[in-house]
Design a protein. Structure first.
Length: 400
């Protein structure tokens, strides 16, 4: 994820708490609008003109009522509801009750294996969009998911490098399970890494390599492990894993930002709308920063603000409570700018974000976009907890 706290916004030197909150709110609104306007300008006005026609035949529509994308033009109260959600930080601090007693052996999802994948991905080194590291990661993932029997597509496109204008080749990796199923859900994450650890407390390290163990590799590792049980998923609903490129091909220095967020997810959502495929995505879950060794998963305020996505938030957190994964905290967290915004806004796919933005813990110096975002600060147990909840959501809550 990205814009919700830029390094400038996070700076400790900007006023007292109240002033910081105001700054943050202002900066967030500005960044979000800038990101969307920028992307719109860059990729043209075809967002709103859906070309092609879909030969998608819907089944029993009533089954999907709970995740129905809402015609926002017909709504009158979204503005007020949205405004009420536009706080930017967790509404309360974590307590002892927000820590579960679960151990790896109690959890059916193999977190240790997911953690090994996380380390394998980190061992490649930086995976910036368009880099040799990204290509290596793509090869690794293609081989991995092919072996598991998935259908694989690299959705290729390109952008301009934010600093020198050169062409950067990009690709979203789409991993499809049971391609014949027309009703589908989306599990997704970004797989590019931030160009530099520009938040590092040590200025000398801010141009060094960024490994992105939590911010990048964690959700990749989780999906690599989850892929193993996908061939066995029964019912009429198929699952796609989508790995977005160029979530954060953004350079920040001294409060100045070059580049756009969410280029890959915007491209994916726009293509889905413009050239409707034979299938339909009914719901989506975005995973980001899910391996923090100190796990606190608040409900992202943006996910709550999309009327069609909100029920998914409630389903997931309710399920986590049933499983006693108490790290899914029943409280509002940050207002997170992430790939799910593109899916909701431009793709019409109700999608939530499961993200632990307090890395390692709320109110402390962050490891986010620093050289401390390494496997040692992540944990197999956290991956197990999140992977379990997501897998159970697929099994129990997605209509059969
Ligand atoms: Zn990031």
């Amino acid at each position: 994820m990205s814009a919700s706290r830029s390094s400038a916004v996070r700076s400790r030197s900007v006023g007292g708490p109240a002033q910081r909150a105001t700054w943050r709110l202002g900066a967030i609104s500005l960044l979000l609008v800038a990101a969307i306007v920028g992307l719109f300008a860059k990729y043209g006005a075809n967002v709103f003109s859906s070309g092609g026609s879909s030969d998608y035949q819907s089944g029993d529509e009533a089954v999907w009522e709970k995740w129905r994308p809402v015609d926002r033009s017909a709504e009158s109260d979204t503005g007020a509801e949205y405004a009420a959600l536009r706080e930017t930080k967790p509404e309360r601090r974590p307590t002892a009750n927000d820590r579960s007693d679960l151990e790896l052996k109690d959890i059916p999802f193999d977190g240790a294996a997911a953690y090994e994948y996380l380390k394998q991905v980190c061992a490649i080194g930086p995976r910036r969009s368009g880099s040799a590291g990204m290509r290596k990661q793509q090869e690794l993932l293609v081989a991995h998911f092919k072996k598991l029997g998935a259908k694989i597509e690299l959705q290729r496109f390109q952008t301009r490098h934010p600093l020198d204008g050169s062409v950067v080749p990009l690709a979203n990796l789409i991993v499809t399970w049971h391609p014949e199923r027309r009703e589908r859900v989306l599990l997704c994450c970004h797989y590019d890494t931030r160009p530099y650890p520009e938040n590092d407390p040590n200025p000398a390290k801010r141009k060094s390599d960024f490994i992105g163990a939590n911010d990048g590799a964690s959700s990749v590792g989780l999906l690599m492990q989850l892929g193993k049980s996908m061939p066995k998923v029964e019912g009429k609903v198929g699952v796609d894993f989508v790995f977005f490129d160029a979530e954060e091909l953004v350079y920040e220095e001294g409060g100045f930002k070059r580049g756009d967020y969410f280029i890959g997810s915007y491209w994916f959502a726009n293509e889905y709308k413009r050239k409707p495929p034979k299938h339909k995505y009914r719901a989506g879950i975005l995973l980001d920063m899910v391996a923090d060794a100190e796990l606190h998963l608040y409900k992202d305020r943006h996910s709550l603000a999309f009327p069609a996505a909100r029920p998914i938030v409630e389903e997931v957190w309710k399920l986590a409570a049933e499983l006693e994964v108490r790290e899914f905290i029943d409280a509002k967290g940050h207002l997170v700018q992430d790939d799910h915004l593109m899916l909701n806004e431009f793709g019409g796919i109700p999608t939530i974000d499961i993200i632990d933005f307090d890395y390692p813990r709320p109110g402390d110096e962050t490891y986010w976009h620093t050289t401390s975002d390494v496997p040692e600060n992540c944990s197999a147990l956290s991956l197990a907890k999140v992977g379990w909840v997501v897998e159970e959501w697929l099994k129990r809550t997605v209509p059969k």
